[in-house]
Design a protein around this ligand. Structure first.
Ligand code: FMN
Ligand code: FE2
Ligand code: FE2
Length: 399
């Protein structure tokens, strides 16, 4: 069993868990270097833990915690983010830390209540609140939407340590844990940023602004290396990536026509819509069959687009899974108010029409009002109507 703990400063110890062999994370992410779930014990006059770990790692986690403290002495469990990879073990942790209160933002407490289903000891905090641990003090920094609405950072004043959970992290597992000992992991860092945090770049820049004036010695992340040497470079790189993303995305008047088609009928509609759209000046078209597209490419296309035309046949009263996949690449904050509509071929019941409309509305996009669905094969005499639909949509995007 992995029993390694790591002394980070006078009072802070890493008690996280290594997950070397995980190869897929949250279903959608590749984790070819494994990952770590970082948790930290603060040995102050009042004792605290920052983050817990994923549910599958309980035994290792409990062993590590008991190695560094008597769980009954823990008074605070600080939660910066409530995704199950950070709080999956919270209920079990509370059972052994029976004198502890859970500390988190209002949203954090609400999300935890929904996940755990009972009323646990709690302390809701807001931006700039300070948790007094006697000889140590923790400042709560509100940093929402990184990447959930609940997120916060926590700053240990006396030792200048910033706990940032998913921010500045990476799915990268190396026993040495310190950024200066684990070797080069830029591709893991960049991939993590691209998939998890990039869509929230404007929030990330706000968070970076908030920590700019803080004296920092170490950034303790929620996944992967602890940044004791290169934190400045990592923060700077993150800032550059956010700025780059915000300046390139979305591209003005760029319409993503994304579709799947079993027999080519939906594809024909897509092609005719494209012809109509091409008649509108200054519209850029990204035309793609997304049947076999990987999520990174798809996410990039979704982010770049400033409008969407989404197509699928109806198969077994439903749209095809690639379209569901596309919606998981969307971000309701970023996609809000982007013009959108849908199209497709169907045989008899045609449920895809309303399923796509309701997804478009759920995402709070600006629904065009019209869609184009047709029974089986689009015929020659439909082509003009389809082109016209494309043209009208283009004018709607430009308006
Ligand atoms: C396995 C299967 C299930 C289908 N189920 C439905 C259905 O539930 N409702 C419907 O309207 N059409 C259904 N269809 C018909 C397709 O929507 C229709 O053939 C459509 O033209 C296919 O368009 P495509 O060539 O773009 O894939 C089904 C077709 C297949 C092959
Ligand atoms: Fe997360
Ligand atoms: Fe995470």
């Amino acid at each position: 069993m992995d029993i390694k703990t790591l002394k980070i400063s006078d009072s802070v110890q890493w008690i996280g868990v290594l997950d070397k062999n995980i190869r897929t994370f949250d279903i959608i992410m590749e984790t070819k270097y494994g990952t770590t779930y970082n948790s930290y014990f603060i040995n102050a006059q009042k004792k605290a833990i920052v983050e817990t770990v994923k549910i599958t790692s309980w035994e290792t986690y409990e062993t590590k915690m008991r190695q560094v403290c008597n769980p009954l002495e823990i008074e605070y469990i600080i939660i910066n983010h409530t995704e199950p990879d950070h709080v999956g073990n919270l209920q079990k942790t509370l059972q052994i830390c029976s004198n502890a209160k859970v500390v988190g933002s209002q949203v954090t407490i609400k999300f935890l209540q929904n996940q755990m289903g009972y009323n646990f000891p709690q302390l809701a905090v807001k931006d700039n609140d300070v948790i007094d641990l006697g000889n140590r003090h923790l400042t709560i920094i509100s940093t929402p939407n990184l990447h959930w609405p609940d997120s916060t950072y926590t700053y240990l004043q006396e030792e200048q340590i910033l706990f940032t959970c998913d921010s500045f992290g990476a799915h990268f597992c190396h026993e040495e844990m310190y950024d200066d000992l684990v070797g080069y992991y830029n591709d893991a860092f960049q991939y993590y940023f691209d998939v998890i945090l990039k869509p929230f770049s404007s929030y990330f820049l706000r968070a970076i602004d908030k920590i700019r004036s803080l004296p920092i010695k170490t950034i303790c992340t929620g996944h992967g290396p602890i940044l004791r040497t290169y934190w400045r470079q990592i923060v700077k790189k993150t800032e550059q990536l956010c700025l780059e993303y915000l300046s390139n995305y979305p591209v003005k008047n760029r319409v993503l026509i994304a579709f799947v088609s079993a027999y080519g009928f939906t594809k024909t509609i897509a092609e005719k819509i494209k012809e109509g759209l091409e008649e509108v000046k200054e519209i850029e078209i990204d035309f793609c069959n997304i049947e076999k597209m990987d999520t990174v490419t798809l996410s990039d296309k979704v982010a770049k687009a400033s409008a969407y035309l989404l197509g699928s046949p109806t198969i077994n009263h439903n749209m095809l899974p690639q379209l569901y996949q596309l919606f998981t690449c969307m971000n309701p904050i970023r996609e809000k108010n982007k013009p959108a509509s849908c199209f497709g071929s169907y045989g008899w019941s045609g449920e895809t029409n309303h399923i796509l409309i309701s997804n478009i509305n759920n995402m709070k996009m600006k629904f065009f009002g019209e869609t184009f669905f047709i029974k089986f094969k689009p015929q020659e005499n439909d082509f003009e109507k389809i082109k016209n639909f494309g043209k009208k949509f283009g004018l709607f995007v430009r308006s």
